[in-house]
Structures are given as structure tokens and as C-alpha cells.
Design a protein around this ligand. Sequence first.
Ligand SMILES: Cc1cc2ncn([C@H]3O[C@H](COP(=O)(O)O)[C@@H](O)[C@H]3O)c2cc1C
Ligand SMILES: O=C(O)c1cccnc1
Length: 347
Amino acid sequence: MSYSIPALSDAILPKLQHKVDTKTKPLGALGLLENLAVQIGYIQQTLTPAINKPHMLVFAGDHGVANSGVSAYPQVVTQQMVLNFLAGGAAINVFCAQHGIALKIIDAGVNAELAEHPLLVNAKVAHGTNNYLEQAAMSVAQCEQALASGKVQVASVAAQGCNTIAFGEMGIGNTSAAALLMHVLTGVPLDECVGKGTGLDDEGVKNKLALLQKAANLHSLSAQNPMEALRCVGGLEIAMMVGAFLEAARLQMVIVVDGFIASAAALVAVHLCPLVLEYCIFSHCSDEHGHKHMINALGVTPLLQLGLRLGEGSGAAVAMPLLQSAVLFLNKMASFEAAGVSQAEGN
Ligand SMILES: Cc1cc2ncn([C@H]3O[C@H](COP(=O)(O)O)[C@@H](O)[C@H]3O)c2cc1C
Ligand SMILES: O=C(O)c1cccnc1
């Protein structure tokens, strides 16, 4: 399948690196901010990149498996937290407000009827997924609908002039879906993919692993068929995020990837179209056990390591000012030549 994602031209890379290297600082002294500036310039194919109207889309969906013993919290917390997002009381509200990030909450499949609200987009595909311990989480039609809807959400904010986007999620049980997708797509053993999520104890993690092993055995999953893996053990909010990643890359947007669950959605998108990875900036390494292995499998370097294990897009939101710093130093810092500062001997 073709996703019409533009292959970026490498021709600009040496020019961007030269611009970074001739700023008034020791070579490489701005560390990962330098890589970030180059990546943003590369995505936008310009020596003067900009972060315009950054948006955070939080996708919410319920999981049929949620009350089977895979999470420390009950399924109803998904809808309760969505109401908290709409009331402005969650971590993601606070960080988006702090950093001037426009926030939208997308109901991909919450198990409740939600009243209209200015922050809420009703894109409900179903009242949650089926329990993948018994059957596929989604029908083919549901999975396709979720993907298509994720694309629409991104296209609508891009049309408003947004060129930088982050995705968050809410869905009790979704570290389980993410762990299964990671296991299937990367081949990392399941016990390295499974973690405590919202806070299971050691016994709880063991039980979660045993349940997820059953799910992995029940379905015919392979890295060669990422869409089928997504349909069988994914979630509606994860499928919508996959569509969102594909569309954001197609529209040549800068994509900020949050923690374990958002990375699992990115992983599916990358398996569908490897070019997606070029557009992704990984905000942080989550404390969820599997995330460091997922980051390794993707071969990427996250910006932060703060011990976060929340989701919602919170890590991506706190990383957004780093993107601003990267483009600002590239655009505004003086070069050695302009400032009349002597370069290192031999340069
Ligand atoms: C109050 C609360 C707020 C949250 N915000 C995000 N998550 C996070 O926890 C869930 C995944 O963990 P698990 O797979 O263990 O259920 C997701 O909803 C995720 O976004 C939350 C979880 C809770 C309890
Ligand atoms: O890293 C995440 O996205 C995460 C970790 C634990 C629970 N919820 C989300």
C-alpha cells in the first residue's frame, strides 16, 4: 500500500550541519539540540525552520481486556480521565497550557456517551474494543475506520496552519496492547515488553505477562502483517494514532512522539511505511519497562529521561520547548563570522 509520504532530500543535511557548526559555540556544544535543529530543518527542507501552532491530539479509547487483570485501575477510569481532560484538570492540560500547545481530545472509542464540549472531537468507532483474550480486538472495518479518522484529525489541524504535532492517549489497559504490538513487530521477548503500566506490583506484572502470552498464542500475528496485529491486539485509540502518524508524515509535519503507547503506534506506522520515522522526534524514554527496548529497536535517541510513566502526551508536551530552543538557536544565534569571534585552531 502506498501512503504518499514524501522521501526527504538529503541534499540539505550538510548545509544544515554547516549552519549549526558555524554558530558561536564550541563544535557540538549544544548536544542533542543540534541534532534536533538538523532534524527539524531536514523535515521542513529549510535552513530556517519554524514551529507553527503546535497541537496535541489525545486519543481516548477503551479496551475489552481492561478488566481482565492487566491494569491496576478499572476500565471506567478512561472515561473519568476524559472528563478530567475536558475540565482542564489533567497533567496534559497543565503542560499544554504552559507551553502554548493547542489541545484536542478525540473520542476514538470510550465506553460512554460524552456530551459535546469545545475540546472534544467525537470520532467514536465503538464503545471500546473486544477482549483479545477471546477474539480480535477490532473488526477489519473498525480498524480501517479508526485509521481513516486519525488521518482526518491531523488534516484538520494542519489546515489551520499547524506544522508540529504530538499525539497522546488515554485508555486503561493500553500498555498491554502496546506491549503485544512491540513484541510482534520487534521480536523482543514478551517479558521484556511487559511492565507495570499504571502501577501493578510484581505479582500483577507476572499475571499480566501470562495473560498477554495467551493473547499472543491465540492470534496469528507477525511482523509481516502490522495491520492484522493492530486489528487483533491493538486499541481504537492506538489505531487512530497510527492513522495520525501516517497523515502527519504525509503532510511533512514535525511529529513529537510521547511514551510507550505512542511509540507503539509509531512502530506500527513505521512498519507500514518506514519513511514515517524521519518525521518523528522521540520526546523521552518512559519508565515503562519495555520502552528502552522499543527505543533501541527503533534506533532512535529520545530527548529526555525524567522517569515519566504517564502517557496522555505529557512527555511530548514537556519536550516542546526543546524544539523551540533548537529552531531559535539555528535561526537567531550569530555565526563566528558575523560576530567576529575566532574559531578553534585548525578550523
Ligand atoms: C488516573 C490515571 C491517569 C492516567 N493518564 C494516563 N494514564 C495512562 O495509564 C493507562 C495505561 O496503563 P495500564 O495499561 O496499566 O492501564 C493509559 O490510559 C495511559 O495513558 C493514566 C492512568 C490513570 C490511572
Ligand atoms: O509511557 C507511557 O506512555 C505510559 C507508561 C505507563 C502508563 N501509561 C503510559
